[in-house]
Design a binder for this molecule. Structure first.
Ligand code: C5P
Length: 223
């Protein structure tokens, strides 16, 4: 049935925005609320999947029945995802992962002295791209939050990161993106198929995504 179409499947979802510390009290962050990823974890759980939610800091409660693993930085998220990857059927990377982190982290609070400051940044690993290189039978889903050239950038990411489905959303539209309760998305597939959705709640987006994940899993089994 629809309601338990992912029964027995092991899935992992990442959500929220990573925080990259500068000193004991400051970090570099982003505007992700975690709502989209939390909705995906809820919808997967409701479809019968055994669901792990690797979450950067958010204000949201863990969805019922989901196992939440809390992380702060991109490196912590990387380790939590990679540790589980070999045993998973599906990974959904809805987190807004920092592309860069401060090169050093001060042990004490940085004091102001009236001078200009420069923060040196070093690149974080791209977790999704690494999963794309390592994947065997796993279904990989990525998100692309863009502010310009949405579909072109999303399509490029889908191929570069070797994902099976990319959810593209334009974060500049009202009713879409960071913090919003609703989203406006397109699903892109490597075979060139594209599904454009109207504005809907993030839970409805997540339920549509679960339907596509069930199709992709069925295809992998040769059903
Ligand atoms: O390239 P960009 O960061 O926009 O790609 C977005 C997708 O890649 C999202 O699914 C995000 O979770 C994932 N990502 C990641 N590790 C990073 C950066 C992005 O897994 N360091």
């Amino acid at each position: 049935t629809e309601s338990d179409c992912l029964k027995g499947k092991k899935v992992l979802v990442t959500a929220g925005g990573t925080q990259e510390p500068l000193d004991p009290v400051r970090y570099l962050g982003n505007r992700s609320s975690g709502r989209m990823g939390y909705a995906v974890a809820q919808a997967l759980q409701e479809a019968g999947a055994e669901t792990i939610l690797v979450s950067a800091p958010t204000d949201l409660p863990a969805p019922q029945g989901v196992r939440r693993v809390s992380v702060q930085t991109a490196l912590e998220m990387h380790d939590a995802v990679l540790e589980n990857f070999a045993n998973l059927d599906v990974v959904v990377k809805a987190a807004a992962v920092a592309d860069y982190r401060p090169a050093t982290q001060a042990e004490q609070k940085i004091k102001k002295d009236g001078t200009n400051r420069t923060i040196e940044l070093v690149p974080n690993p791209d977790i999704l791209a690494e999963l794309g290189r390592r994947k065997t039978s796993q279904v990989l889903i990525g998100f692309a939050a863009e502010t310009e050239n949405l579909l072109a950038n999303a399509q490029e990411k889908m191929h570069r990161k070797n994902v099976d489905l990319l959810v593209a959303n334009d974060v500049t539209k009202p009713g879409a993106g960071f913090g919003s309760l609703t989203n406006i998305v397109s699903f892109l597939f490597p075979d060139g198929r594209r599904i454009d959705f109207p504005q809907m709640s993030k839970l409805e987006v997540a339920q549509n995504l679960v339907g596509e994940i069930a199709n992709l899993l069925g295809r992998n089994k040769g059903v």
